[in-house]
Design a protein around this ligand. Structure first.
Ligand code: SF4
Length: 339
């Protein structure tokens, strides 16, 4: 069921007027395989305003996690960033040296990963892992000062100081995810990327963890990219949504508008497949499979599955264009409607 977050308006005018803290321009990422290049991210462009929460949604393999991890330059071979810019306050992260990028991670742009158990070191106490994060960026910070900052940060995510002496396996799933949030906000970054941060938690714990995350994010004024496929969570948490399909952004807009009036046929299918309290019909899935990114279809990537496909959809590649204020869509149905 989809509900709106009662504690936060979906798009505040303050955020609407805020400056862009992150601009991603024409990002290309491929997985280089013996069978050829898999274009996982295919010319993706979007921006994020200071303090804003943006969701990136799409099916598995749509390129949302690859996009998110490439912003932090955390992709491993055979993934390769092949072009584009990732401008954080005007500085292109893709042009930084490895050492500069290491300094930028956590301090400027942080990740709250999927699956806390895999990202925390099972052999190290939580306190040590948090201390290492601070020491890696602020070599002159004293031990007392570091511990007091860690305690304050743990407190802000509703964890007591005793957690510092615990190993990850001694904590519940929700507590581990809170530790990951603490690590993500420890150095007050401008941008936090949260990759399906609560997918392993049950819905009650998920809601509590997301409420904590939303509160601390607002306290430090960071902007957030929330990656996921849970449209209900998106409706509750984000201001704007970007919908990805086969490595491309096909629609971007305020979350309320996307739910009320989806423009792209793929977004329409996604929204149409969500259960509501009123719906008594059978769930409507989307027929067909996502295309192979090794040999993608010509024209619009969605044309083999699109119920509204026209003859030229299999030939022309639609661009992502703004067709009304704050609404971007990549579909030939809106040809000539660009603002
Ligand atoms: Fe459907 Fe054509 Fe629009 Fe693609 S461009 S989504 S095939 S109508």
């Amino acid at each position: 069921m989809v509900t709106q977050n009662p504690t936060r308006p979906a798009t505040s005018s303050a955020i609407g007027a805020a400056e862009r803290v992150l601009e991603v321009k024409n990002l290309f990422v491929s997985y280089v395989t013996p069978r050829g290049q898999v274009k996982a991210v295919n010319g993706v462009s979007f921006f994020l305003r200071a303090g804003e929460r943006m969701g990136l949604v799409g099916e598995s393999g749509s390129g949302k996690t690859t996009t998110a991890l490439s912003l932090l330059r955390l992709l491993q071979p055979p993934a390769e960033i092949q072009g584009g810019q990732v401008l954080l306050d005007g500085v292109d992260l893709l042009r930084l040296s490895e050492a500069e990028m290491r300094r930028a991670r956590f301090a400027e742009i942080a990740l709250i990963p999927q699956g806390a158990m895999n990202s925390l070191n099972p052999m190290m106490k939580v306190g040590e892992q948090l201390r290492d994060t601070i020491r890696a960026h602020e070599s002159s910070a004293g031990s007392k000062e570091i511990d007091s900052r860690i305690e304050k940060t743990l407190n802000s995510v509703d964890l007591g100081p005793a957690v510092m002496d615990a190993y990850p396996h001694e904590l519940s799933g929700g507590m581990k995810q809170r530790v990951c949030i603490a690590m993500g906000i420890l150095l007050s970054p401008k941008v936090i990327i949260a990759d399906e941060p609560t997918s392993a938690l049950d819905v009650v714990v998920q809601r509590q963890v997301m409420e904590t995350f939303g509160r601390v994010q607002q306290e430090i004024g960071a902007a957030v990219i929330l990656v996921g496929h849970d449209m209900g969570l998106m409706a509750q948490f984000v201001d704007r949504v970007g919908v990805m399909y086969a490595g491309k952004l096909v629609e971007v807009g305020p979350v309320r508008d996307i739910f009320k009036d989806p423009l792209h046929p793929y977004t329409q299918a996604l929204i149409g497949s969500l259960p509501t309290l009123q719906s008594k019909e059978l769930f409507r899935g989307l027929s067909g499979l996502t295309p192979s990114l090794l040999s993608p279809p010509p024209g619009c990537m969605f044309h083999p599955r699109c119920p509204k496909a026209m003859a030229h959809c299999s030939v022309e590649i639609p661009e992502l264009v703004e067709i009304k204020p704050e609404r971007w869509v990549s579909c030939l149905l809106y040809e000539g409607s660009q603002l």
